[in-house]
Structure formats: C-alpha cells, structure tokens
Design a protein around this ligand. Structure first.
Ligand SMILES: CC(=O)N[C@H]1[C@@H](OP(=O)(O)OP(=O)(O)OC[C@H]2O[C@@H](n3ccc(=O)[nH]c3=O)[C@H](O)[C@@H]2O)O[C@H](CO)[C@@H](O)[C@@H]1O[C@H](C)C(=O)N[C@@H](C)C(=O)N[C@H](CCC(=O)O)C(=O)O
Ligand SMILES: Nc1ncnc2c1ncn2[C@@H]1O[C@H](COP(=O)(O)OP(=O)(O)OP(=O)(O)O)[C@@H](O)[C@H]1O
Ligand SMILES: N[C@H](CCC[C@H](N)C(=O)O)C(=O)O
Ligand SMILES: [Mg+2]
Length: 487
C-alpha cells in the first residue's frame, strides 16, 4: 500500500476532489485490469480515451482517479485528481510508487531506428561479464540479472517499466540498459525516468504510419536527449546526419562516436568477414564476433558507454571480443556441409537492404545468395513489393513466403510482394506460403559455400496465424533442415 499524496509528489496538480491521505494498492491505466483499492490513471490513447472508462474503473474498485478533466458525475467515496497531462503524471507517479528505482541504479537509454536491441543486449552482457549485476529492457526480452522476463513492447509503459527497474534494484543490479522507442518517447512512457546516459544510434525512415512525418519522428527521438540531466552523458553517432540535432538542446555532457567523422570514440575497420571483424579501437586491434559494418557502429557505441560509465577501456575491449550479437540479428547457423545460414529480424525494406548489402560486401561472388522472406499481415502493405524487389536485386534466388500472416490470407500478402518484381526478377522467384517448406526448399537449392538469408522473424519463436501463435523458430527450423540434408 502506498499513500496517494506520496505517489503524487512532484506531480503538478490542477484540482483535487476528495482525500489524498488514503492508501492505494496499485496504479493502473487499463480499466479492465483494475483491482480493488487501486488508482486508475485515464490516458488519451491512439484508439480510445481512458476518460471514457473512469466509471468502469470505479465499478471494479478503483479508489482514486487521476485524469485531465473531471467527469460530470463524481462518486463521494472516490478521490479525483486533475492534472495537465496524465501520461506525464503517470511517469512521476509510477516512479514514486516504486521508490524512484531509476535513480538507484545507473540506467542507460538507447534510441535510434536500428541497433537499439543489439547495443542494449551487448551492454547488458558486457556488464554482467565484468562482474556487475545488470538489467536489460529490450524488444527480445527483459532481464533482471540472469532471470528472463518476457517482453511485450520494446519499451514498456511507465508502470511496467518502473516495476521492472524496482525488481532490478531489489535484486542488487547496479546497471540497467534499455531500448527507448520513439513511440515510448511520444507517449511519455519514460517521463520522470532518471537516465545516467542516452545513446543515439541512427535514424532512417520507419514508423511513419505512427509519426506521420520524418521531422516529427526526429523530434520524438530527440526527446530522450532533451530530458537528460546535467550530470548525465549523451553519446551520439556523429556519422549520422541527425547526430548533432539530437543533442542540440541537451543539458547532458555530449560525446560522439563514428567511423568517418572526427569523434570522441572512433574505430577503423581492419578486416570484415563472415566470421567476424577486426577493428582498431582505442589504439588496439581487436577481433569481434559480430558481422557487418553496421555492427562496427554498435560496438563503438557499447565501448563508448562502458568508458563513460568509468570502466577500464582495455578490460572492456577484451570482454567485448567474447560477445555475440543479439538473438536473431545476423545470427549464423552453419550447416555441416558448409552452407552459411543467416537469420535476421529485417522486416522493413531498409533493414532488408542493409542486411543484403552487408552480405554482398562479404561474399566472394562465386556462391549463390538465397533469400527466404515474407511480410507481416495487418501491417503497412506498401513495404511488401519493395521488400520483394530488394530481395531479388541482391539474391540469386528468392523464396517468397509467409511471415506472421495474422488475419490476412498468406497468398494475398505474397501476391502483393510479387508486384514488386520485374520480368527478369520473377525468374529467380518461387512462392511458397508454408514457411517451413520455404526454408526446406532454400536448403535443397543450396550447395556448400552458398549463403541462405532467412529474413523477417529473427528471434521470434512463434508464427501468428489467425490470432493463434504457433511454435516456430527460423533458427531451429534451419538447423533441422541442415541436419536432415546431411543424412
Ligand atoms: C500505438 C501504440 O503505441 N499503442 C500503445 C498505447 O495504446 P493506445 O494509445 O492505442 O491505447 P488505447 O487503446 O487508445 O487506449 C487508451 C487508454 O484507454 C485505456 N482503456 C482502453 C479500453 C478500455 O476498455 N479501458 C481502458 O482503460 C487503455 O488501457 C489506455 O490506457 O499505449 C499502450 C499502453 O502503453 C500500449 O500497450 C500500446 O501499444 C500497442 C499494443 C502497440 O502495438 N504498440 C507498438 C506500436 C509500440 O509501442 N511499438 C514500440 C516500438 C516498436 C519498434 O521499435 O518496432 C514499442 O516500444 O514497443
Ligand atoms: N547500427 C545499425 N545500423 C543499421 N542497421 C542495423 C544496426 N544495428 C542493427 N542493424 C540491423 O537492423 C535490424 C534491427 O536491429 P536491432 O534489433 O538491433 O535494432 P532495433 O533498433 O532494436 O530495432 P526494432 O525497433 O525493430 O526493435 C537488424 O535486422 C540488424 O541487422
Ligand atoms: N514491431 C513490428 C515487428 C514486425 C515483425 C515481423 N515478423 C512481422 O510480424 O511483421 C510489428 O509488430 O509490426
Ligand atoms: Mg529493438
């Protein structure tokens, strides 16, 4: 139980009706999940308005309501608190409710279109390996020390976020690394969070269905840096055109990283192969297990953060050379016969092009590149022909298949993809909606030395068809097919 007046500490309040000295059992933003004696915070969302559910929350036992406008009908035994912006207030309230956990460990937030999961995951693993108990909040999974907590969002809402951080503190974590999505920034999911540092990886066109314009997407990412305190650090990729913009209005101490421009943390690519890469970093030559130039940026970001958190640079580099990338991001599955399988989460045209360009850089030219790719159902349809066209441009053979069809007909999605193929490209394409069969076919096509890219689902361990999530893991299926082929 927590006293409502304590939870409201530092919240700018416009009006109160009722008693704030009472205790509440929990905070909740979804009326359907309200438990007796809790405090319901009404949030204006993208689909619904929480204010329409205040009475439902009261019926389910809420004792306190935080809202932007008081309802017409007020119940006597309920406390109503009006604030300017409930989403912002929720951040402060959740932080108070859980004992300001973000201030009790060193929390680093990572934003950017690509690389958030990779950088956050590597930082978590690095700090664990350096002997610091750490936490992770990411698209793939959340972690409290070694314990895995399934993730539903890249960045959870303020209540779930502060609860996770509080559990980290309770378990003795002194560091935490989290992805901060642009959705989360706009929706104030990280309002009131005390970051020790913020990282900007890069920005490219994505999520415009939500942010509408590229400028407002940039503004969303910038919010992370605008909100940093004076004693925090920011670390931005200076090779990205928007790197400087991100830190234009920040009070934090600004640091940069890059391969091309003059930067505080810089690296030089010595060799770049399908087995890993060698970089010159901090005047040392270091071998890393990660693949692709974009990962040189991710590695630099990880190194920069560790140094800014006062770790010893040489010790950091030695630990980093042992690290693998994040699950399902350019994850290799090598067949006994020497076929290279790559499973990657690329599910946008941009990401797919990125991954295929990386493969094109690393291949010798004598092998075939076979790409298996689909597009998610009930999502942006304009990416479908583009993804097929990119796959065909960079591959010798393309197998169009299903991703998560959700509530759409898989064959219709594939037909949308096929529209992106020119007459010569069509010749290297096979359409096969059953993803398992598509992977089997790719393996049958492949000769030793060839490269198979399975794109779109990365770390996902399910395939969602008509609302049902069936077990499915690209990495496991590929391994099985490789083994079958070896018999
Ligand atoms: C578009 C979007 O971001 N939606 C998020 C948003 O929901 P919303 O604004 O649509 O909520 P709403 O349905 O309009 O409802 C408004 C309020 O009324 C409440 N309500 C609603 C109905 C009811 O009966 N009772 C009730 O109290 C809701 O609980 C909510 O508080 O706020 C919710 C609570 O924080 C999120 O769970 C939800 O994420 C949805 C599920 C989602 O799919 N989000 C994705 C797009 C997302 O957030 N992605 C990013 C980035 C991913 C990436 O980088 O690829 C992420 O951080 O995961
Ligand atoms: N620094 C980078 N620059 C460009 N592409 C990258 C970078 N890091 C990873 N990628 C590629 O982009 C995709 C997404 O990588 P990752 O999951 O690390 O990013 P993310 O920002 O967490 O993405 P999401 O918003 O989908 O969770 C992967 O397919 C990976 O191959
Ligand atoms: N955050 C993204 C992930 C897409 C992953 C892809 N496998 C798909 O299902 O489309 C979304 O939900 O749109
Ligand atoms: Mg992510």
């Amino acid at each position: 139980m927590n006293k409502l007046s304590d939870i409201l500490y530092k919240v700018s309040i416009r009006q109160v009706k009722g008693e704030t000295a009472m205790s509440v059992s929990a905070l909740e933003i979804d009326s359907r999940a309200v438990k007796p004696d809790s405090c319901f915070v009404a949030i204006k969302g993208t689909v619904a308005d929480g204010h329409d559910y205040i009475d439902n929350a009261v019926e389910k036992g809420a004792k306190a309501i935080v809202c932007e406008t008081l309802p017409d009908k007020l119940f006597d035994n309920i406390t109503y608190v009006a604030v300017e912006n409930t989403a912002v207030a929720l951040g402060t309230m959740a932080s108070n409710f859980y004992g300001n956990p973000s201030a009790r460990l060193k929390l680093v937030g990572i934003t950017g279109t690509n690389g958030k999961t990779t950088v956050a995951t590597m930082l978590y693993r690095l700090f664990q390996s350096l002997g610091h108990k750490s936490g992770l909040i990411s698209t793939v999974e959340n972690r409290i020390d070694d314990k895995i907590i399934p993730s539903t969002h890249t960045t959870p809402d303020a209540i779930r976020l502060n609860k996770l951080l509080a559990d980290m503190v309770a378990n003795g974590c002194s560091f935490a690394f989290m992805e901060v999505s642009s959705h989360a920034l706009v929706q104030h999911r990280v309002a009131g969070v005390d970051f020790a540092g913020g990282v900007f990886t890069n920005i490219s066109h994505d999520h415009l269905d939500y942010h509408k314009t590229f400028d407002s997407y940039i503004e969303a990412k910038k919010l992370l840096f605008d909100g940093l305190k004076q004693d925090a650090f920011s670390l931005v990729n200076i090779d990205d055109k928007r790197g400087r913009v991100m830190v234009q209005n920040t009070r934090s101490s600004v640091n940069t990283y890059g391969l091309r421009q003059l930067a505080d943390f810089k690296a030089k690519m010595i060799s770049n192969t399908l087995q890993g890469m060698e970089l010159q970093m901090h005047d040392q030559h270091v071998w890393f297990k990660l693949i692709g130039k974009f990962n040189a940026y991710n590695l630099l970001a990880v190194f920069g953060v560790a140094v800014l958190l006062d770790e010893d640079p040489t010790e950091v580099l030695s630990a980093m050379s042992e690290l693998n990338g994040a699950p399902g991001r350019f994850e290799l599955v090598i067949s006994p016969k020497g076929i290279t399988g790559i499973v990657d989460y690329a599910h946008t045209p941009d990401a797919l092009e990125n991954v295929l360009e990386t493969i094109a850089d690393l291949r010798t030219g004598n092998e075939q590149v076979i790409t298996v790719v689909g597009a998610g159902g009930n999502r942006d349809t304009s990416k479908r022909p583009e993804m097929a066209s990119i796959a065909a441009r960079f591959s010798d053979r393309v197998i169009l298949t299903s991703d998560n069809p959700r509530f759409e007909d898989p064959m219709e999605i594939i037909k949308d993809m096929e529209k992106g193929l020119g007459p010569t490209q069509v010749k290297k394409k096979v359409s096969l909606p059953d993803r398992k069969e598509a992977i089997r076919l790719a393996v049958n096509f492949a000769e030793p030395g060839d490269i198979i890219l399975i794109a779109g689902k990365g770390h996902e361990t399910y395939q969602e068809i008509e609302g049902v999530k069936h077990d499915f893991d690209d990495r496991a299926v590929l391994k099985d097919m490789f083994e079958l082929m070896n018999d």
